[in-house]
Design a protein around this ligand. Structure first.
Ligand SMILES: [Zn+2]
Length: 314
C-alpha cells in the first residue's frame, strides 16, 4: 500500500515579538542577523491554511487550485500526484459523453471477514471518504470522435484493490466493448487483489483475462494504462495483457513489493527497480506518457489501431 502523498502543512505561524527594547539593543549588538528571522516568520503568516500541498519530489509548495488545474502534476518537477477516478475520466473523455455502467454495484462481505476492522466497516468508511461505491468506475465515452469502453481504478478506495465488484464491473465493461465492437482502455491503480474477499478476489484475475481474450478474438484493441502504483493481482492479470501498455512517469509497477523481493532473493535491487522507466528500458511496457498528454496520445493510438476496422466497415 502506498502512503498518501498529499501532505497539508499548517503554516499559520504567529510571529510575536516578545523581546523587550533593552534585549533588542543587546541582540542587535551581539546578533546582527536576528531581524531576518523575524521577517521570515512574518512571511510565513501570509500563507493561508489548507490551500497548499508540498511536492514530495522537489519540495515546492503548490497552490491546490493550480495543482488541480494542472491535473495534479507538479509544475516544477512534473511529479504525478494521485488523481481520483472521476477527475481522470474528466481529463480523458469529451464532456457529457461518459455513460457510467453498473454505478450502484457494491461489495458484499461474503466471508464475514474481520481483521483489525471488519470488511463491512472498511467498505462503509471508504464509500463515505471517496464518494465511490467501489474501487473502479466503468462506462462508455468518447475520446475525441472515437467511442471507447473505459474503466478507471481509484487507489483512494481500499488501495484500488480488486474484489468481486471491481472484477465484475471490468468484465461487464469488456463484454460490452466486445458486443459493441469498441476498443477498451483500462487505467489501473491498485495494490492488487482484495484480501478481504480471499479466493473470490483471486478469481477476478482469470475472469477479466478470459473476457479480454474474447475481446481480442474480435480483433478489437485493448490499451492498458498503468499508473502509480500498479502491483500484484492487477499487474498479474488484465493490466499486462494490453495490445499497448502505457504508463505514467515514475509509476511503481511490479508484482511483489521491492522489500519482499529483496528479502526473498537476499540481493541488492538495481536502482530504479519497478519504475515505469525501468520497465520501458527492458521492453515490458510500450511507452511512458505524461498525464497532460494522455488524451492526445490515446486518441492517436486509437485512431491507428482502429484504422483497419474503419476501412473494413466502409
Ligand atoms: Zn515537484
Amino acid at each position: 500500500m502506498a502512503t498518501t502523498s498529499f501532505t497539508k502543512k499548517t503554516l499559520g505561524v504567529e510571529a510575536t515579538d516578545t523581546t523587550s527594547s533593552k534585549q533588542k539593543d543587546t541582540a542587535q549588538h551581539s546578533f546582527p542577523k536576528k531581524p531576518k528571522i523575524a521577517s521570515s516568520k512574518m512571511k510565513r503568516r501570509e500563507i493561508p491554511e489548507g490551500l497548499w500541498t508540498k511536492c514530495p519530489k522537489c519540495s515546492l509548495m503548490l497552490y491546490d487550485k493550480e495543482l488541480d488545474e494542472n491535473l495534479k502534476v507538479c509544475r516544477q518537477c512534473s511529479h504525478h500526484f494521485p488523481i481520483s477516478a472521476r477527475e481522470r475520466i474528466h481529463s480523458l473523455v469529451e464532456t457529457c459523453s461518459f455513460q457510467e455502467m453498473d454505478a450502484d454495484m457494491t461489495s458484499v462481505d461474503v466471508l464475514k471477514f474481520t481483521g483489525v476492522a471488519s470488511y463491512t466497516s472498511r467498505l462503509e468508511f471508504y464509500q463515505k471518504s471517496t464518494n465511490l461505491k467501489d474501487a473502479v468506475i466503468t462506462g462508455i465515452g468518447k475520446i475525441n470522435s472515437i467511442r471507447v469502453a473505459l474503466g478507471v481504478m481509484d487507489f483512494h478506495f481500499l488501495g484500488g484493490s480488486m474484489g468481486s465488484v471491481v472484477g465484475e464491473k471490468l468484465t461487464r465493461l469488456i463484454e460490452a466493448g466486445t458486443d459493441k465492437g469498441l476498443p477498451i482502455i483500462i487505467v489501473s491503480s491498485s495494490g492488487g487483489a482484495r484480501m478481504y474477499e480471499g479466493m473470490l478476489s483471486l478469481m477476478q484475475m482469470a475472469k477479466t483475462c478470459a473476457a479480454l481474450a474474447y475481446h481480442a478474438k474480435g480483433k478489437l484493441p485493448f490499451i492498458s494504462v498503468l499508473t502509480n502504483p500498479t502491483t500484484a493481482g492487477v499487474m498479474a492479470s488484465f493490466a499486462t495483457v494490453g495490445d499497448l501498455i502505457l504508463a505514467e512517469p515514475e509509476a511503481m509497477i511490479g508484482f511483489a513489493g521491492p522489500r519482499v523481493i529483496k528479502d526473498t532473493t537476499q540481493s541488492e535491487l538495481p536502482p530504479g527497480f519497478q519504475t515505469a522507466e525501468f520497465l520501458l528500458e527492458r521492453g515490458l511496457i510500450d511507452a511512458i506518457v505524461l498525464r497532460k498528454e494522455m488524451k492526445a496520445k490515446l486518441s492517436d493510438y486509437l485512431d491507428f489501431l482502429t484504422h483497419g476496422r474503419k476501412a473494413e466497415s466502409n
